[in-house]
Design a protein around this ligand. Structure first.
Ligand code: NAD
Ligand code: UFG
Length: 330
């Protein structure tokens, strides 16, 4: 299949583009480089020893996207492009709603006009709000605490409405849990612009002395050691999940959790990092971060039953690969 990968130079998109090629698909990447660098294109070419067609374009630019659809014959779309920093979304709500919603509207319009029937969307576990874990796909969605999360809820709703009006469309909503880790080559990983928002890149930047110490947001949650519990998933496993989702896509809207089903606390993640990489991570316990839930982990059985996919890599693999990327990253 020829697959359009929007946001394909970002963290998850770049790993997925690689695996799509490995699985024998043709890949066309569109990215506006708002949160990635062109250098990622060279890196994926180097790893796979093949070329990737790339357009520097904004997915909200309908005229430009139509041009790209007219020039290619896509069989499917994986839509990663989006802004994703929770705290930034609170201070810049308009940018987040515009970018994350208009990009999907543009893409769906193009898909309908150019008869592209497969559409895979990057959703998030954040749509479950404060529901109790393990989280299941058929739960009623929770209240989101920030504009970023709300854009995922809105996108899911738009895609469900599209499916009613255009029943020939095959749409997958993939709800990711907490992707971390990196490609085993060490060439590809998570390289956020500015100060990281998420725990794993924060830990690796403390390890490389870019940041002095880590702040652990709260140790008074009702969890195994009082710190927040999340379902960390290796980005390579997550990327594989996209290939399975695409190859097994069904008509209508289907929702899948992409997680491991296992929760790990902040302190457990720090300990695993220290043990595997033999580096001490200085940290201090501070106040809870607003909007955080105590625990968030998946019931990942549906993806296994319907797509034949399950996460295979461990927390040890994740912390090793994350550091392997960060330590040599320039
Ligand atoms: P990322 O920021 O690394 O990648 C997103 C890519 O999209 C970037 O390369 C950026 O330049 C590009 N982009 C953004 N807006 C664009 C636009 N309008 N036109 C073209 N390109 C655009 O993020 P990621 O971690 O790879 O996340 C990919 C998707 O998965 C996002 O939609 C994100 O919301 C979702 N998601 C991520 C996580 C996570 O923790 N990383 C969790 C759940 C869901
Ligand atoms: N944490 C710290 N210190 C930090 C950063 C995080 O203690 O410096 C803690 C948090 O309180 C939480 C855990 O580490 O308990 C994980 O936090 P992250 O910020 O790494 O991840 P979140 O679970 O808050 O959110 C992430 C993405 C969202 C996505 C969500 C669910 O940032 O976009 O996972 O998929 F929606």
């Amino acid at each position: 299949m020829q697959i359009l990968v929007t946001g394909g130079l970002g963290f998850i998109g770049s790993h997925t583009a690689l695996l799509l090629k490995e699985a024998g698909h043709d890949v066309v990447i569109v990215d506006n480089l708002s949160n990635s660098k062109l250098d990622v294109l060279q890196r994926i070419k180097k790893i796979s020893n093949v070329d990737y067609k790339f357009y520097k374009a904004d997915v909200t630019d309908e005229a430009k996207m139509k041009e790209i659809f007219a020039r290619n014959k896509f069989d499917g779309i994986i839509h990663f492009a989006g802004l994703k920093a929770v705290s930034e979304s609170i201070s810049k709500p308009l940018e987040y709603y515009y970018n994350n919603v208009v990009s999907t509207l543009c893409l769906i319009k193009c898909a309908l006009e150019y008869n592209v029937e497969r559409f895979v969307f990057s959703s998030s576990a954040t749509v479950y709000g404060e529901n109790d874990s393990p989280l299941k796909e058929d739960m009623k969605l929770g209240l989101t605490t920030n504009p970023y999360g709300e854009t995922k809820v809105i996108n899911e709703k738009i895609l469900r409405d599209v499916s009613v009006a255009y029943p020939h469309m095959a749409i997958s909503l993939l709800r990711y849990f907490n992707p971390i880790g990196a490609h085993p080559s060490g060439l590809l990983g998570e390289a956020p612009n500015g100060l990281p928002n998420n725990l794993m890149p924060f830990i690796t930047q403390v390890a490389s002395n870019k940041i002095k110490s880590l702040k652990v947001f709260g140790n008074d949650y009702e969890t195994v050691d009082g710190t927040g519990v999340r379902d960390y998933i290796h980005v390579m496993d997550l990327a594989k999940g996209h290939i399975k989702a695409l190859e097994n896509i069904k008509i209508g809207v289907n929702v899948y959790n992409l997680g491991t089903g296992k929760g790990t606390s902040v302190l457990e993640l720090i300990n695993a990092f220290e043990k595997i990489n033999n580096i001490k991570i200085p940290y201090e316990i501070v106040e809870r971060r607003k909007g955080d839930v105590a625990a968030c982990f998946a019931d990942a059985t549906k993806a296994y039953k319907e797509l034949g996919w399950k996460a295979e890599l461990t927390i040890e693999d994740m912390v090793r690969d994350a550091w392997n990327f960060e330590k040599d990253y320039k």
